[in-house]
Design a protein around this ligand. Structure first.
Ligand code: NDP
Length: 304
């Protein structure tokens, strides 16, 4: 008897936190047969009501489907759940969408290879409520053929962005995107803290801040072109001008009683840029500097 060609491949989801629950629900909605497992079994209830099959053990979940999607809190947790299943992953594909580092991803891929399992690493660029929506996407890295074999299944979660054979790349992209996000929010929060030292609400100020940050962000592609070409000379705003203005921020933070702990390192980097002869360059030069150790005694900042 031949398999029903309209039947979608079975998927098991291990980890039903906020994100894992959203992933499993998205697979269910697109017609996959979904088996779910979670340490706290009670979280399987709502998904079972939507048609998922709850597994009693992680081993049962792995046995149920050729593709096992893992979404747990940390890589340590992933290892704590998967390592006891040694010998039971042969022939399976593990797609681990847990947030971690490139090194953790490569180590886990090596472990999976020893187990005879194919391994893809993923980075989810969405919050649970966005999963399966138009703005959600997931980064994947690992063997292209393995990704291609499951691309249609992954499409249930939103966009699929395959970034390369090196298993660590999805995590690197993910962390670089998060770096941009945290940097932006650090500035936004500092601005709210500063403006709030006078009788100005954050809500009122956001009407100016949001378009300002948006307009500044529009220069990011030009900065990228400068970084890629190594041509940092600017007719917009030199590092000399920025370095001279930046102390006004730090002294105003102090005068208004706002901590300067987030911004003081930026002054240090601007000072280094000038000391190393880049006064006429634009801010894009700082990206190059961040990839080099400061002159003088070894700096702990690069060895965190
Ligand atoms: P939650 O805290 O909601 O869920 C954590 C999950 O890990 C639960 O399934 C929990 O099980 C399980 N877990 C924790 N410790 C253990 C353990 N020792 N043994 C077995 N299971 C364990 O986190 P999220 O679902 O929000 O996040 C999951 C992953 O997705 C994280 O890596 C996160 O960074 C990433 N992510 C999350 C996003 C978000 O907006 N939420 C966005 C993008 C990525 P139990 O229910 O039993 O506690």
């Amino acid at each position: 008897m031949s398999a029903n060609p309209t039947l979608k491949p079975a998927v098991s989801v291990i980890g039903l936190g906020m994100m894992g629950t959203a992933l499993a629900a998205a697979f269910l909605k697109t017609g996959h047969q979904v088996t779910v497992w979670n340490r706290s079994h009670s979280k399987t209830g709502p998904l079972a009501a939507q048609g998922a099959a709850p597994a009693d053990t992680a081993a049962d979940a792995v046995a149920a489907s050729p593709l096992v999607v893992v979404c747990l809190s940390t890589y340590d947790t992933v290892r704590a759940v998967l390592e006891p299943l040694s010998g039971q992953l042969t022939g399976k594909t593990v797609a681990n969408l847990t947030n971690g580092t490139p090194e953790q991803a490569r180590d886990l891929a090596a472990w999976a290879a020893k187990e005879g399992a194919a391994y893809l690493d993923g980075g989810i660029m969405a919050v649970p409520q966005m999963i399966a929506g138009p703005h959600a996407y997931v980064l994947y890295s690992g063997p292209q053929g393995v990704f291609d074999a499951h691309r249609e299944t992954f499409a249930a979660l939103g966009g699929t962005k395959y970034v390369g054979e090196d298993t660590g790349l999805a995590s690197l992209y993910d962390l670089a995107l998060l770096t941009g996000m945290y940097g932006m929010f650090a500035g936004v929060l500092q601005a709210y803290a500063l403006i709030g030292t006078e009788a100005i609400t954050a809500t009122e100020f956001s009407e100016l801040l949001v378009p300002w940050v948006g307009a500044m962000l529009a220069s990011a592609p030009a900065m990228a072109a400068a970084i890629d070409s190594g041509q940092h000379l600017t007719d917009v705003s030199s590092l000399a001008v920025n370095q001279a203005a930046f102390p006004n921020l730090l002294s105003t933070f102090a005068a208004q009683g706002v901590s300067g702990e987030l911004f003081a390192p930026v002054q240090g980097l601007l000072d280094r840029a000038i000391a190393e002869g880049h006064a006429a360059d634009g801010l894009s030069r700082l990206a190059d500097l961040l990839r080099t150790a400061p002159a003088g005694p070894p700096d702990a900042a690069l060895a965190v």
